[in-house]
Design a protein. Structure first.
Length: 254
């Protein structure tokens, strides 16, 4: 009940953020703008709409996760309201988990709105919606859940600016980790091999959630792969949240 109360309060706080509505507006604008771009490419309009639509959901979802997520914990500390919370019979892990779930609920609503706009466009062009595009949206949501957990981790011990930079760096590195590992394997230096392997296994492999290209080009994405990607996401999120709770538990607010 305590976690639920914090989650609902966080959700209400997040949806009052003007930044969130600005990002949502630009996301829907980009999805709508894909129609104009699609008309410039003969015979490829539906592919452009799907590609830009899914990319918009992913990018603007990321921005929402970063801009809203990094300030959730810091605001409580900066306004001194954290003292009121932890003075009550609320454990710090409950506070942090409630904050995380509140932001996930916010992201779920925002992704649902953006997805509705995209699916409406696809339906108007094709007359039906392929299941594959729903699979892509589902994995985008899991990617955003993973990035949100990373943002919560950094915000548990750092300032909003640094947390945002660190989270963005993890996002970029997470999409390049496979290439980084390949570079390490081909290197003749043992230190580079071990270093790249450590980075690869430490950072989230966000390419596991990226099936946008396959969906656009109508390449089949199996349920087995989908299950693997979601399980990977759940395990990584659990580890990051546990680490966040340990750090937050030991943090001195004085």
């Amino acid at each position: 009940m305590k976690i639920r109360a914090i989650m609902i309060n966080t959700f209400r706080e997040a949806i009052r953020d003007k930044v969130l509505y600005s990002l949502l507006f630009f996301a829907l604008l980009m999805i709508g703008g894909s129609i104009l771009l699609g008309r410039l490419t003969i015979g490829e309009n539906i592919k452009i709409i799907k590609d830009m639509g899914l990319a918009s959901i992913s990018i603007f979802g990321l921005l929402i996760a970063i801009f809203v997520g990094i300030g959730l914990v810091y605001k409580e500390i900066d306004k001194k309201t954290i003292y009121t919370v932890i003075a009550k019979p609320v454990h710090r892990y409950q506070f942090l988990l409630g904050k995380y779930l509140g932001l996930i609920l916010t992201l779920l609503v925002e992704v649902a709105i953006m997805s509705f706009g995209l699916l409406l466009l696809v339906l108007s062009y094709e007359g039906h919606v392929e299941l594959s595009i729903l699979k892509a949206i589902l994995l985008i949501l899991f990617e955003l859940m993973t990035i949100t957990a990373v943002a919560i981790l950094f915000s548990s011990f750092s300032t909003p600016i640094l947390s945002g930079l660190f989270t963005l760096a993890v996002y970029i590195a997470g999409h390049l980790s496979r290439d980084l590992l390949a570079f390490g394997v081909e290197s003749e230096s043992a230190m580079i091999k071990y270093s790249t392997a450590f980075i690869y296994y430490s950072l989230p492999n966000l390419d596991n959630f990226n099936i946008k290209g396959r969906v656009v080009h109508e390449v089949l994405v199996s349920w087995e792969y989908l299950s693997f990607a979601m399980l990977y996401g759940v395990l990584y999120i659990s580890i990051i949240l546990l680490l966040s709770m340990v750090i937050f538990q030991k943090r001195d607010f004085r």
